[in-house]
Design a protein around this ligand. Structure first.
Ligand SMILES: Nc1nc2c(c(=O)[nH]1)N[C@H]1C(S)=C(S)[C@@H](COP(=O)(O)O)O[C@H]1N2
Ligand SMILES: [Mo]
Length: 299
């Protein structure tokens, strides 16, 4: 079954309060899907999502500038139709996959996830999307593949921040294959039941909720299956501050600030710092991926 988003939903259509509340409670449980079987406790948890305004007006998307309001101000210049994603490397069916053709095959669901930036702020975001594993399945992952490398669009005519050369564009990210195939890892195409806004990474972006936000690469045009660990943009830029794994860990401070707590975006007067959770609260689901690894070294 495939479900396709359209641009015709308004926020009011998408979130009748009572309906949304019910759905939210359902999805809080469904969010972790298979991985949650038998771990009832977290499934009961209900996360209060941030507002549409918080989520779409306070962003990091350096292709449009380094200020938090730059993406909301300038990302409307980005053309997202037509869009295609090249999937290549160690796959059975390499090629340029049209966004529409991908969506026709995928089942879109809502996932309400904590989102924790390495800069120590956080939100809760109701994404719409599908599991990355399903998309990789479309291309057929070969046995020798060990990592997945992602690339954002490079189009300086529309992405004004790309005229600044402090980043070696395009923005690149990577995951180990087992991280990429984990049921919590999704490709997001919507927020609050609406098409994902350009500033949040339209038309398709990665969301890996147990890792720092910079891993969740936006506006993806290329996915490569490889047997070599990719060098992600932030690691290339500042390897002593940002690593490949980038798992949220309150016990390992950033060289320039503590990661023990985080500032909740929104809430006005009630805005506060809360303790940061190991693996951003998804420890039960993902800790086994890192058994035997020294998480203070592999950051
Ligand atoms: N292509 C690209 N992807 C990106 C970034 C970026 O600058 N460029 N910023 C990252 C960072 S640091 C964060 S915190 C999240 C922010 O996502 P949001 O604006 O949807 O909250 O996007 C990540 N993905
Ligand atoms: Mo971030």
């Amino acid at each position: 079954m495939a479900y396709r988003w359209t641009n015709t939903l308004t926020r009011k259509d998408a979130t009748p309060e009572a309906l949304f509340l019910n759905r939210r409670q359902l999805m809080a449980g469904a969010a972790a899907g298979v991985a949650l079987a038998g771990t009832g406790a977290r499934a009961e948890e209900v996360l209060e999502p941030n507002s549409w305004e918080d989520i779409t007006e306070y962003n990091n998307f350096y292709e449009f500038g380094t200020g938090k309001s730059d993406p909301a101000t300038y990302a409307s210049a980005l053309t997202t139709e037509p869009w295609s994603v090249t999937i290549d490397g160690l796959v059975d069916r390499p090629g340029e996959y049209d966004f529409e053709d991908i969506m026709a095959e995928m089942t879109v669901e809502e996932r309400i996830y904590r989102f924790r930036c390495v800069e120590a702020w956080s939100m809760v975001i109701p994404w719409n999307g599908f599991e990355l594993a399903d998309l990789l399945g479309m291309a057929g992952v070969q046995e020798q593949a060990k990592y997945v490398r992602f690339e954002t669009l490079y189009r300086p005519e529309e992405m004004r921040g790309q005229s600044s050369r402090f980043i070696d564009w395009p923005y690149v990210e990577g995951l180990r294959l087992d991280e990429a195939l984990h049921p919590l890892t999704i490709m997001a195409t919507g927020i609050y039941g609406r098409t994902i806004p350009n500033q949040n990474g339209a038309p398709i972006r990665l969301v890996v909720p147990w890792k720092y936000g910079f891993k969740s690469i936006k506006s993806i045009v290329k996915i490569t299956l490889t047997d070599e660990q990719p060098i992600n943009t932030w690691q290339a830029l500042q390897a002593n501050e940002y690593g490949f794994y980038a798992n949220v860990n309150p016990e390992v401070d950033h060289p320039r600030w503590s990661q023990a707590t985080e500032r909740q975006i929104g809430g006005g007067l009630f805005s506060k710092r809360i303790p940061t959770l190991k693996f951003n609260g998804y420890e039960e689901e993902v800790a086994s991926l890192y058994e035997g690894m020294d998480l203070t070294r592999f950051y």
